[in-house]
Design a protein around this ligand. Structure first.
Ligand code: APR
Ligand code: PHB
Length: 390
């Protein structure tokens, strides 16, 4: 099989790149090791920066997003019995974010790809990327027991943190940067109305809590839990009781309980690989970087990677220029590191760190009180949350 761009991974990164390339008339094949239903079953974040909304508009997949997505102009930080609203719109000259689940973004992209008749090989086994340092890279895989090979011009490694692409690069060719956090997030999804019309991030003595939503009738909640927590340790009732204890009283009183549609525990990690390009192999999204979910940046960083990579591939085919390809890694990493900083900062100031010294506790409180009292500090939070320029 021959294509121009072989994309490994049918998550948001791979599907978005595939959709943009297909609309541009650039041939591409997506190779995904799981089935489409499994990809859709993964519950992830749900806050889209305007840059991502714009890219989904350009990809022609934003009809439902504009119909069902909820525009948010601010969010609340709750700590020490007080609350501080970050007025994103007011502090950034009108910028906002849109609440719309990643699952829905993935569904919209999958449906668009099906309509376009573009090729996605689901349930691919033994996927391997070969000769990507040459001008004739290849992807090999097994499908229904049949070995298959795809020759291409470029390979887009959109296969997430546990994917094969980054792991196929020789160790001497890249450097990894990472930090693991000494806690996880227990998340619960339920068909209950939101406790607050905007997101509430709570720093409480008992630990972090977050009130988010997917729609006016479907809510998403998180509480910080110790790393060794098992999902069976937490009934729905215990989750809601603990959540309420960590929220401001009026928000807690507004929490409607209901049976969980999904409940899962995620570890928190900061991770970046440098560079993101290896010959004709380009890493994008979680394959190249991970952020703790506190800043809601994971999906949005995947979007800016895809913006840069798509533009570079189009420039190559239309203008026979490699400038975009040659600068992809540097451009993407400049934005990635700023989002890593913001996600690390939000995580550092909002969670209860086991082993924090009294001094550390005072530093955390001082950070939050500085944001509370300083318009400049609140503006820093606002402009990072809505998304720094591409
Ligand atoms: N071969 C083919 N596909 C693979 C392989 C492989 N060896 N390994 C992983 N995959 C697939 C996974 O099954 C998954 O569907 O690659 C896809 C990667 O998708 P994501 O992990 O969602 O990564 P990405 O598309 O970059 O999206 C980033 O997803 O995990 C969230 O928080 C993250 O919001 C961010 C977004
Ligand atoms: C979510 O809605 O899942 C969500 C929102 C904001 C975050 C993290 C997750 O920071």
């Amino acid at each position: 099989m021959r294509t121009q761009v072989a994309i490994i991974g049918a998550g948001p990164s791979g599907l978005l790149l595939g959709q943009l390339l297909t609309r541009q008339g650039i041939d591409n094949v997506i190779v995904e090791r799981r089935g489409g239903d499994h990809v859709l079953s993964r519950i992830r974040a749900g806050v889209l920066e305007q840059g991502m909304v714009d890219l989904l508009d350009e990809a022609g997949v934003s009809l439902r997003l504009h119909r069902e997505g909820i525009v948010h102009e601010g969010f609340t930080l709750a700590f020490a019995g007080r609350r501080h609203r970050i007025d994103m719109k007011g502090l950034t000259g009108g910028k906002t974010v849109t609440v719309y689940g990643q699952t829905e973004v993935t569904r919209d992209l999958m449906e668009a790809r099906q309509v376009a008749g573009a090729s996605t090989i689901y349930n691919a086994e033994n996927v391997a990327v070969r000769d990507f340092e040459s001008v004739s890279p290849r992807v090999s895989l097994t499908k229904d027991g049949m070995p298959t090979e795809i020759s291409c011009d470029f390979i887009a490694g959109c296969d997430g943190f546990h994917g094969v692409c980054r792991q196929s690069v020789p160790l001497h060719a890249f450097q990894e940067f990472q930090r693991s956090y000494p806690f996880g997030w227990l998340g619960l999804l339920a068909d209950v109305p939101a406790a607050s019309h905007e997101l509430v991030y709570a720093n409480d003595e008992r630990g972090f809590a977050l009130c988010s939503m997917r729609s006016t009738t479907r809510s998403r909640y998180y509480i910080q839990v110790p790393l060794e927590t098992k999902i069976e340790d937490w009934s729905d009732e215990q989750f809601f009781a603990e959540l309420r204890l960590r929220l401001p009283p009026d928000v807690a009183a507004n929490v409607t309980t209901g049976p969980s549609l999904e409940k899962s525990i995620a570890p928190l990690r900061s991770f970046v690989v440098e560079p993101m390009r290896f010959g004709q192999l380009f890493l994008a999204g979680d394959a190249a970087h991970i952020v703790p979910p506190t800043g809601a940046k994971g999906l949005n960083l995947a979007a800016s990677d895809i913006r840069y990579l798509f533009d570079a591939i189009v420039e190559f085919y239309l203008e026979k220029s490699t400038v975009g390809l040659d600068t992809y890694s540097t451009r993407a990493l400049a934005r990635i590191w700023k989002a890593e900083r913001f996600s690390w900062w939000m995580t550092s100031v909002l969670h209860k760190f086991p082993g924090n010294s009294p001094f550390d506790e005072r530093m955390q409180r001082a950070e939050l009180e500085y944001v509370e009292k300083s318009r400049a500090a609140s503006t820093v939070v606002a402009e990072n949350y809505v998304g720094l320029p591409y």
